[in-house]
Design a protein around this ligand. Structure first.
Ligand SMILES: Nc1nc2c(c(=O)[nH]1)N[C@H]1C(S)=C(S)[C@@H](COP(=O)(O)O)O[C@H]1N2
Ligand SMILES: [Mo]
Length: 197
């Protein structure tokens, strides 16, 4: 009896968090206008509790490049499996900057003004990337091109599109959606959808 029950489940069932449904397309989720930034004009700055430093597109291209395939979960209940990207691992990028040990949290900043916050321990993980390529094509502007962050283990609103800066902080501050009712962390398998603060 249990055998047939389990067989009727799709093999990917375990990869889909509770309350989520599979999508085959790639829905575009953007609040506000889409900033138009060319690669040659793109700049990326770190500041706050880190030595201030600005990186160009070429700086990022000279860092180690890695391909990765991940599942992507939006809090509005769609999940997309096996999304293929290429970019710079956060753990590799961290070798190029100097962070004060007091920094325990970050704000992700974007062209257009979007922000989202993330704890240091959620940010510096092997599976997190600055992504510039999606399914072997330059990252489309609607998906955050030229460069976005991808944080697979949290809801996709933490994967900031048109990323242009990281502010290192000694305490948690809330980003755009987090100030507007969403959870400060946003882990899909724990269904951390809405704020409990
Ligand atoms: N700058 C910026 N980044 C953003 C958003 C946004 O509105 N602005 N939306 C977030 C949300 S809610 C989701 S689900 C994903 C969607 O990424 P996609 O449009 O590539 O599917 O981007 C996230 N990053
Ligand atoms: Mo989302």
């Amino acid at each position: 009896m249990f055998g047939s029950l389990f067989q009727s489940r799709s093999p990917n069932q375990d990869r889909i968090p509770k309350g989520q449904r599979l999508t085959n397309g790639f829905p575009i989720m953007t609040y506000g206008d889409t900033p138009q930034i060319q690669r040659q004009d793109w700049q990326f700055r770190v500041w706050g509790l880190a030595t201030e430093k600005t990186f160009s597109w070429d700086d990022f291209m000279s860092m180690p490049q890695t391909e990765f395939t991940i599942d992507f979960h939006c809090v509005t209940t769609w999940s997309k499996l096996d999304v293929k990207w290429k970019g710079v691992k956060v753990t590799d990028f961290m070798k190029y900057i100097e962070v004060d040990p007091q920094a325990i949290h970050l704000m992700e900043h974007c062209y257009g003004g979007y922000t989202t916050n993330i704890a240091m321990e959620d940010f510096v993980r092997e599976e997190n990337f600055f992504a510039h390529t999606l399914f072997d094509e330059p990252l489309p502007i609607d998906n955050g091109g030229p460069m976005r962050l991808v944080v697979p283990h949290l809801y996709a609103w933490k994967s900031a599109k048109w990323l242009n800066g990281l502010e290192f902080l000694d305490k948690m501050q809330l980003g755009f959606w987090e100030r507007n009712g969403y959870h400060h962390r946003g882990e899909p398998f724990a269904e951390e959808r809405y704020s409990s603060l």
